[in-house]
Ligand binder design. Structure first.
Ligand code: FES
Length: 281
C-alpha cells in the first residue's frame, strides 16, 4: 500500500500527487516510470516519475483524468492509498552534455519532460524549454521549468497565453534563423512528437521522443506498446520509453490512437453513481 501524501490541482483534470514509495524514490533516474494499480482488479497504469525526494521517500506523479481508470485515480485525495506501485521501469534518458538542448513538452508531456530538463541542465547543457498547452488554463509547471531552464518559451494553441501556436513551429523558426541546437527531446501527444521529428530531420538534429503514453501493462507482456523503430520491432516499456524520433514509425502510432475507445465506453457504463457525480464536479 502506498499512501498519497498530497494532491494539487495543476490544471483542469490534471493533478500532481506526492506518494510514499521509498525504494523507488531513492533509485529512480530521469525518464523512468512506474506502473501502478489502484485496487486489486484495477487497470495497470504507467506514469513517468516527475520528481522524487529520496530523504522523504516520496515520488511525484502528474495524472490527467482522461479515461475511466485515471478519473478514478484523480478522485483520490491525500490520505488515500494506492494498492501497488512497480518501478522504476524503463531505460533512463541518455543525459549528456550535448551543448544546446531544446526540450519540447506538450500537454501533460510537460510533466514527463521536467526531470529531463533538470538533468540536462545539471549535465552542463544550455537548455531551451518549449512548454506547449491548449490554452492558458492548461499550462503546467511553468515556475518549476523556469527555474531549471536557460530559456523558457510558453506556447498555447489558442494564443490565450505566451506565443500562439505550437512548440514545433517555434522550434522550426529557431532552426531556420540559424539558432544552434544540438539535441532535441520531444514529449507529448503523438502528433506533436511527429511534427517535431519532421522539423528537426532536415537540419539533422538528433531528436528523441518518449512513447510511454502508449503503454498498457508496462512490463513487456501485453504487446500494447509495440513500436517500429527503423526496421526493428521494439516495446516502449522495456526498450524505451525514449527512441530516436527520426526512426519511429509515427504513422503506426497514430493508427493506434483510437484502439481503446470501446473498452473505455464499456467501463463508463459500469460507473457507480458517486463516481459520475465526481466526474461532473
Ligand atoms: S506496455 Fe505491455 S508490452 Fe509494453
Amino acid at each position: 500500500m502506498h499512501k498519497i501524501l498530497s494532491k494539487e490541482k495543476l490544471a483542469p483534470k490534471i493533478y500532481r500527487f506526492t506518494v510514499e514509495a521509498p525504494p523507488i524514490a531513492s533509485s529512480r533516474k530521469p525518464g523512468q516510470f512506474v506502473v501502478l494499480r489502484e485496487f486489486e482488479e484495477g487497470e495497470r497504469l504507467p506514469f513517468t516519475i516527475v520528481d522524487s525526494d529520496p530523504e522523504a521517500g516520496t515520488i511525484d506523479l502528474i495524472i490527467q483524468a482522461a479515461g475511466y481508470s485515471t478519473q478514478r485515480l484523480c478522485a483520490l485525495d491525500a490520505g488515500d492509498t494506492i494498492l501497488d506501485i512497480l518501478g522504476p521501469l524503463g531505460k533512463q534518458t541518455d543525459i549528456e552534455n550535448y551543448g544546446t538542448v531544446a526540450c519540447v513538452g506538450g500537454g501533460v508531456g510537460t510533466a514527463v519532460i521536467y526531470p529531463i530538463v533538470k538533468a540536462m541542465k545539471e549535465a552542463g547543457n544550455y537548455v531551451i524549454t518549449l512548454n506547449g498547452a491548449r490554452s492558458e488554463d492548461f499550462v503546467i509547471l511553468e515556475e518549476e521549468l523556469e527555474e531549471v531552464s536557460d530559456e523558457l518559451i510558453v506556447t498555447t494553441d489558442d494564443g490565450s497565453y505566451g506565443i500562439e501556436g505550437f512548440g514545433s513551429t517555434v522550434l522550426q523558426k529557431m532552426l531556420e534563423e540559424g539558432r544552434e541546437i544540438d539535441f532535441v527531446v520531444a514529449i507529448g501527444p503523438v502528433l506533436m512528437m511527429r511534427a517535431v521529428a519532421e522539423v528537426t530531420r532536415p537540419f539533422d538534429v538528433g531528436t528523441i521522443a518518449s512513447l510511454n503514453a502508449l503503454m498498457v501493462d508496462g512490463t513487456g507482456m501485453c504487446g500494447g506498446c509495440r513500436v517500429t523503430v527503423g526496421d526493428e520491432v521494439k516495446f516502449a516499456c522495456v526498450d524505451g520509453p525514449e527512441f530516436d524520433a527520426h526512426l519511429v514509425d509515427f504513422e503506426e502510432q497514430v493508427a493506434k490512437l483510437g484502439y481503446y475507445h470501446e473498452e473505455e465506453d464499456e467501463c463508463r457504463m459500469h460507473k457507480l453513481p458517486h463516481e459520475l457525480e465526481q466526474e461532473k464536479a
